[in-house]
Design a binder for this molecule. Structure first.
Ligand code: GRF
Length: 217
């Protein structure tokens, strides 16, 4: 059983999917703390209701990013987690922070990386007319939205999609793929070799690529 700290900035639906998986004992992990950089992050209430301790490290109270990063790291380290999970955490973390947690810091990004790093991924996917979109779970490195890919889930982009429908289709996959990736980490199945994550054969037949039917989610 590993201990996990989750960092959020907003509603925290990915956090909720991890809490649910841990609760259902399908995740050999204990969520020991939820930290937010915004006092109004909606996910804080969800975490509290689930009995998980929360902390706020308000980025607005820090003049420099390094100071915020250090305060956040100090708050995280109080929980001594085996894994730090970014779940809709909308601050860029500096090199020192990332290096401190390298190998035990993961993120979910709402696109099939390396396409569409950064913001507004669904809008940009629609503007480019891509047929396929999705989400990526990856180890965090100092390069933003980069780093060895643990799992990806693909969804079709359908005629008539708008940002909201596409975001919803991707989010449904995020809620599957993130608990899956954390499970693999907890089971010690992930090894990074030459920038690629090698997944040691999961017993449940799960795959690092999830590709639902082309007709929709
Ligand atoms: C998700 O789409 C995540 O991939 C992105 O921000 C969104 C956060 O959603 N980084 P939630 O807070 O987990 O509901």
């Amino acid at each position: 059983m590993i201990s996990v700290v989750i960092l959020i900035s907003g509603r925290g639906s990915n956090m909720a999917s991890l809490l649910a998986a841990a609760d259902a004992r399908t995740l050999p992990a204990r969520i020991v703390g939820v930290l937010a950089n915004r006092p109004d992050a909606g996910g804080l209430e969800t975490a509290t209701a689930a009995g998980v301790p929360t902390r706020v490290v308000d980025h607005k109270l820090f003049a420099r990013r390094e100071e915020f990063d250090a305060a956040m790291a100090a708050a995280i380290d109080e929980f001594a987690p085996d894994l730090v999970v970014l779940a809709g955490f909308m601050r860029i973390l500096g090199d020192a922070f990332v290096r401190h947690y390298q190998g035990r810091l993961i993120n979910i990004h709402p696109s099939l990386l390396p396409t569409f790093p950064g913001l507004h991924t669904h809008r940009r996917a629609l503007a480019e007319g891509v047929r396929i979109h999705g989400c990526t779970v990856h180890f965090v490195t100092p390069d933003l939205d980069h780093g060895p890919i643990i799992a990806q889930a693909a969804v079709p982009v359908l005629d008539g999609d708008d940002e909201a429908t596409l975001a919803g289709r991707v989010l449904a996959q995020e809620h599957q793929v993130y608990p899956q990736a954390v499970r693999w980490f907890a089971e010690g199945r992930l090894r990074v070799s030459g920038g690629r994550v090698i997944l040691a054969s999961p017993q449940d037949g799960s795959s690092a690529l999830i590709a639902p039917q082309a007709s929709g989610a």
